[in-house]
Design a protein around this ligand. Structure first.
Ligand code: BEZ
Length: 255
């Protein structure tokens, strides 16, 4: 995971947001890890997908900028390799057959630096397979949060969005500028169920903690209730909350 302001709680991530790694099966299939390949997993979090890729016979290194996540990953999978490293400062040269990343790149507002590091890390012919939030991701949640905050405090006219959600065109052009050949790109909606009756509140507490932290506990509680009220008609169905995720999935080759 990567962000200057976002705080990562590995326990909360594993208990309430495990769906993040369980939804990545198709992206791992797209990666198609082979026995003996060396693969870099950027933003490995608590290591579940690193383990999934390693179970195919590849040698995987999981990196994450959050020490808390790497500590938990090492507890979860002591036989795998993990390192604390920021995706904008990857320290490898021509070592990997593939670089993989799931649900992380939307936290990094300097995509050029990530792409340059991925390029440098790959062997010639290596592949970059990634999925993350694309243009339009969580539009309803973000809009409801901004509205709730404006209603609390006129000083907060514009709430900054801590994420980067590019279109296919935008991201392809960055990849091609680096020299990658883009062989696959898709942008698709994936309404994603959140765990439990407090699913939306838990999501906001986990992923918008940097925004909510500016307010007192009472105000935060009002903001969260307001967001729930706005979203209930569209994102609460059959006693389940959903996040209006939209994923960008790509494969790019270093030719
Ligand atoms: C996502 O996976 O799309 C996402 C998660 C947290 C915050 C923003 C986006």
């Amino acid at each position: 995971m990567n962000s200057n302001v976002q705080q990562w709680n590995a326990d909360l991530y594993d208990t309430k947001h495990k769906f993040v790694s369980s939804l990545a099966t198709e992206t791992v299939e797209l990666l198609s890890p082979k026995v003996g390949e060396r693969i870099l997993d950027i933003g490995c979090g608590t290591g579940h997908l690193t383990q999934h890729i390693a179970s195919c016979g590849a040698e995987v290194l999981g990196v994450d900028s959050a020490e808390t996540m790497i500590w938990q990953a090492r507890q979860n999978y002591p036989n795998l390799q993990f390192a604390v490293m920021d995706a904008i400062n990857l320290e490898f040269t021509g070592e990997f057959d593939a670089v993989f990343s799931n649900a992380v790149l939307h936290w990094i507002k300097q995509p050029e630096k990530v792409i340059a590091g991925v390029w440098k890390s790959l062997k010639p012919g290596g592949r970059f397979v990634a999925e993350f939030g694309g243009k339009g991701n969580i539009n309803s949640i973000q809009t409801a949060l901004e509205r709730a905050i404006c209603q609390e405090s006129s000083a907060f006219e514009k709430v900054s969005n801590p994420n980067y959600f590019p279109s296919i065109a935008e991201y392809s052009s960055l990849l091609e500028k680096q020299g990658f050949e883009l062989t696959f790109a898709t942008l698709f909606d994936r309404l994603t169920p959140l765990n439990g009756e407090s699913g939306m509140v838990n999501w906001l507490k986990m992923f918008r903690n940097s925004v909510l932290a500016a307010f007192s506990e009472d105000t935060q509680a009002r903001i969260l209730a307001n967001v729930e009220e706005q979203l209930r008609p569209t994102l609460y169905k059959n006693i389940t909350w959903f996040a209006d995720y939209r994923r960008l999935r790509i494969v790019a080759i270093k030719n």
